[in-house]
Design a protein around this ligand. Structure first.
Ligand code: PMP
Ligand code: GLU
Length: 416
């Protein structure tokens, strides 16, 4: 039978249209950490017996005083546009807080820009400082979003492999070996996601001096600074002298130490002209961070009760880390790992178990998920397929259960 005029007209519309996206996204790979996280949540919601050790977010509730400040802000009508750079109260509280963490060094609130999570702060900084022709050094393994953000700025990420003998950290020599006349930036993270390694103060100083001499912008991602298993907070570039900071942007925020991932509050501390540029850029993208969330974060960074909560959470992370390390040493003695000194990740090596059907961390993780229902993030996502990342931002009960399963799975494979 001949097709009616209507079906003849409508038929072409059913074909997938030819979409061509902008060159801006030519290199874009969606975030693997976010994707694995969402897939794990989906499986859990569907009733599967899955233990999620993929999530890079605290399993604790937001400290009560901070949450109440957010609620009060909503109830008292603080629901209109906030100032684009951030509320003065939050910038002042954060400046004081950062100053206290670094032995009272002065921190100028005018140089702080509040954003929708540290992710946006990083993007603002990268997009404002780098562009076509620039090369940006990224010590690897590295958090998934760094190279993507550099690509989005149309600059070129240059991965600098860390030294396996040195907790996968990089030295000045490693950085120098990857530097050329086009290198204009370095994206350093400490405590490091995904390894939990921490750069000491003298290591940071050597790197900052090198960047300063070379005229290279240093973006120092210190989002995990408070989650440190040594004494006090992890060393920061803010512990260094002023002249080393004239080409430095410090990234900080409420997400990790304050268990406030969903409130979306991050910040960047930068030399004033850069802070102004980032604020201008942000005035065209998000108009600043959520208004009530900013009130919650202002309380988080100034209320002594919240400070007690932070210390309790860090203690809990420390206990879990000790438990994990004791388990690995006793039950999986062939497995090498970076001993985490901060953040809440254990980055362990699985290439010992490579064999038929498993030749990357990604394959190890998908088989582990299929046979034992434990979600980890493959090291492939961070640029090192020999490893996998376990997040210990999970309850002790879940961790104990997951350790049993991981151990059983590993033993079912023959270590080489
Ligand atoms: N930097 C690192 C190293 C991270 O792991 C994360 C995790 N989300 C971020 C920045 C972004 O933090 P936020 O959730 O505040 O955007
Ligand atoms: N940063 C966390 C992680 O590494 C959260 C997910 C993301 O934003 O990448 O898992």
């Amino acid at each position: 039978m001949e097709a009616s005029p209507i079906s003849r007209i409508s038929a072409p519309a059913q074909r997938a249209p030819q979409l061509s996206l902008s060159e801006n996204l030519a290199q874009l790979k969606p975030s693997e950490t976010v994707a694995i996280n969402q897939e794990t949540q989906r499986r859990k919601a569907a009733g599967e017996d899955v233990i999620d050790l993929s999530a890079g977010e605290p399993d604790f509730d937001t400290p009560r005083a901070a949450a109440e400040a957010g609620i009060k802000a909503i109830q008292s009508g603080k629901t209109r546009y906030p100032p684009n750079v951030g509320l003065l109260d939050l910038r002042a509280a954060a400046a004081k807080h950062l100053s206290l963490l670094s032995n009272g060094r002065p921190v100028n609130a005018d140089c702080l820009v509040i954003s929708t999570g540290a992710k946006q702060s990083l993007f603002n900084a990268i997009f404002s400082l780098f562009g076509p022709g620039d090369r940006v050094l990224i010590p690897a393994p590295a958090w998934v979003s760094y190279p993507q953000m550099v690509h989005l700025a149309r600059a070129e990420p240059v991965m600098v492999p860390g030294d396996i003998e040195w907790s996968l950290k990089v030295s000045v020599d490693d950085l120098e070996a990857h530097t050329d006349a086009h290198t204009t930036g370095l994206l350093l993270c400490s405590p490091v996601n995904p390894t939990g390694a921490v750069y000491s103060r003298s290591e940071l100083k050597a790197i900052a001096e090198w960047a300063h001499e070379r005229g290279i912008w240093l973006i120092s991602d210190e989002i995990y600074r408070r989650i440190h298993f040594g004494s006090g907070s992890a060393p920061s570039v803010l512990d260094l002298s002023d002249e080393l900071l004239d080409r430095t942007v410090v990234i900080y925020g409420a997400s990790k130490a304050y268990a406030m991932t969903g409130w979306r509050i991050g910040m960047a501390l930068a030399p004033l002209p850069v802070a102004k540029a980032m604020a201008g850029f942000q005035s065209h993208t998000t108009s600043g961070a959520s208004h009530p969330s900013q009130w919650a974060a202002a309380t988080a960074m100034s209320d002594p009760k919240v400070e007690q909560d932070v210390l309790r959470m860090v203690d809990e992370f420390r206990k879990r880390r000790d438990m994990l390390l004791a388990h690995f040493r006793k039950h999986l003695p062939n497995v090498e790992f970076v001993e985490p000194m901060g953040a809440f990740y254990l980055f362990f090596r699985v290439d010992n178990y490579f064999g038929p059907g498993i030749s990357t961390g990604a394959e190890f993780c998908s088989k582990l998920m299929a046979s034992e229902g434990v979600a980890l993030v493959p090291g492939d996502a961070f640029g090192d397929p020999r490893f996998v990342r376990l997040s210990f931002a999970a309850s002790e009960k879940d961790l104990v259960k997951a350790l049993e399963r991981i151990t059983r799975f590993a033993r079912s494979l023959k270590p080489r």
